[in-house]
Ligand binder design. Structure first.
Ligand code: NAP
Length: 461
């Protein structure tokens, strides 16, 4: 029997393990989900919405267990208190728009005709979630999918193996029927076999580009709808009229919070030459204030990376950039807790360029590169010089200029004077290898349902 294991970054020991279920058992679980779906969809929308929100509330009651459990599984310091703010904000927002987002588009309602486009749930939705924000990334799809009348099967990341189990427990304790929302412990082969057998009516995958490719390959020829929310290499651009302190504060937080393990984390920053020196100096001071250490210690502000193999990627990229001429500005002596493994000191690199992997590939760690630019045109070219396209963060007082630059940017989201935030009222989406589809907002509901046209002629003449 294959075991799915979470090796804790806190101490390198196995923190939790669960047996991967055999294919036959997984098939039965999907069959139960399919059987339960029609009755679930027939319940009134407000009943489904209430049950989902009750599940969210039940999870909130588990805060004292959730917070240390997250620290053990993926290293986020307990002082940040879990993911409840975003988890609740997203759930409540999608609940507030569900009726509107799912209402039919009425084209004609007359004595002669009733013509409308209704929204139908897909059926069984499969959610594959990553470990970096394990509750928030899962709820982005789980909540609207259930509200829309789908049943949901969740497969969570090995690193956060307890998250799916806990979420489902909370929802069931709150009254969601067991077959409507299930967590399955699946290895990659069983996942691929289920997808290839067309077990699901829609799949939402959040994770790496490579993982997304595997899911797309497994689904090839099945015509299963896919939402793919993949990696990023998100840029910041600080213009000459920017509020310097605000830019440093938000961009450095965006680069390093959660040990830089955020899909929309800031990985590269382009600064107008007039502000460059000051920006670099303030950024180094900002980052130097972190206290790296055990995430269970309330004093710790920067925990270990979720796994020492993720930290190794960052170390390799940084070493490669330095070998090609980059300069590291954070003195390692400031962070004696860096153990060469999962505990990794933050880093700021200058004298970087796009020939370096560090400026091209996703780093997904608390390290950021800063480059000097002379003009908007140069900044746009550099920001677009990436195989990813999730968000870009523009710093200026001129909203028109930001909008103009935004039009030329190849990203799913353009921010002005903010970064690293997912607004549930807007569509979360990416371009290029960051994926396709979109979650949250009205469009997220549309992606979790299909249009069905009704053309009813009331008279025969
Ligand atoms: P990952 O290794 O691709 O894993 C993501 C999920 O997919 C996990 O549940 C994983 O299961 C599963 N998975 C991966 N390969 C699979 C395969 N071949 N067959 C079946 N399941 C597979 O990604 P990660 O390291 O957890 O997450 C970090 C990545 O996610 C980063 O690239 C980040 O940018 C991206 N991300 C993107 C967004 C977005 O909104 N665009 C949001 C968050 C994260 P196992 O853990 O069991 O392997």
């Amino acid at each position: 029997m294959t075991m799915i294991r979470c090796v804790s970054p806190v101490d390198g020991e196995v923190y939790a393990e669960r047996p991967a279920i055999p294919l036959e058992m997984a098939r039965q679980a999907v069959a139960h989900a399919r059987l339960a779906q029609k009755a679930w969809a027939r319940r009134p929308l407000d009943e489904r919405v209430k049950l989902v929100l009750a599940g969210v509330a039940r999870l909130n009651e588990m805060v004292d267990e959730v917070v240390p459990e997250l620290a053990w599984q993926m290293g986020r310091p307990v002082r940040y208190g879990g993911e409840f703010k975003g988890f609740n904000e997203r759930s409540n927002y999608v609940a507030s728009i569900a009726a509107d987002a799912l209402k039919p588009l009425v084209v004609e309602e007359s004595d002669r005709f009733e013509r409308r486009i209704a929204r139908e749930p897909h059926g069984v939705v499969f959610v594959i979630a990553p470990w970096n924000y394990p509750y928030m990334t899962a709820i982005n799809t789980v909540a609207p999918a259930l509200m829309a009348g789908n049943t949901v099967i969740l497969k969570h990341a090995s690193q956060t193996i307890l998250v799916g189990e806990r979420m489902v427990r909370a929802f069931i304790e709150a009254g969601v029927p067991a077959d409507v929302f299930q967590n399955l412990f699946l290895d990659h082969d069983t996942t691929a076999a289920l997808i290839a057998a067309k077990s699901f009516d829609f799949i939402n995958f959040t994770g790496s580009v490579e993982g997304g490719r595997s899911i797309e390959r497994a689904a090839a020829g099945t015509f299963t709808g896919l939402g793919l929310e993949l990696g990023g290499k998100d840029p910041g651009y600080v213009m000459e009229d920017a509020d310097l302190d605000a830019a440093v504060d938000t961009l450095m937080d965006g680069a390093t919070y959660n040990s830089g393990q955020c899909c929309c984390g800031i990985e590269r920053i382009y600064v107008h030459e007039s502000l460059y020196d000051a920006f670099v100096e303030k950024s180094v001071a900002w980052v130097s204030n972190y206290k790296l250490g055990n995430p269970l210690d309330p004093e710790t502000t920067l925990g270990p990376m979720a796994n020492k193999r993720f930290a190794a990627t960052v170390r390799n990229q940084v070493a490669d950039a330095i070998s090609k001429g980059a300069r590291a500005l954070i003195d390692p002596k400031l962070f004696p807790q860096d153990d060469g493994g999962a505990y990794l000191a933050p880093q700021v690199l200058v004298d970087v360029d796009h020939s370096m992997e560090f400026m091209r590939e996703e780093t997904f760690g608390p390290a950021v590169g800063i480059m000097k630019v002379k003009s908007d045109a140069e900044a746009i070219e550099l920001m677009n010089d990436s195989r990813y396209g999730l968000t870009a963060s523009l710093w200026t007082k001129d909203a028109e200029r930001a909008a103009r630059i935004g039009r030329d940017l190849e990203t799913g989201t353009v921010f002005m004077n903010r970064a690293d935030y997912l607004d549930p009222a807007l569509c979360w989406t990416g371009v290029k290898e960051t994926g396709r589809g979109g979650s949250l907002s009205v469009l997220g509901f549309h992606n979790l349902t299909r249009p069905k046209s009704y053309h009813l002629k009331k008279v025969t003449a």
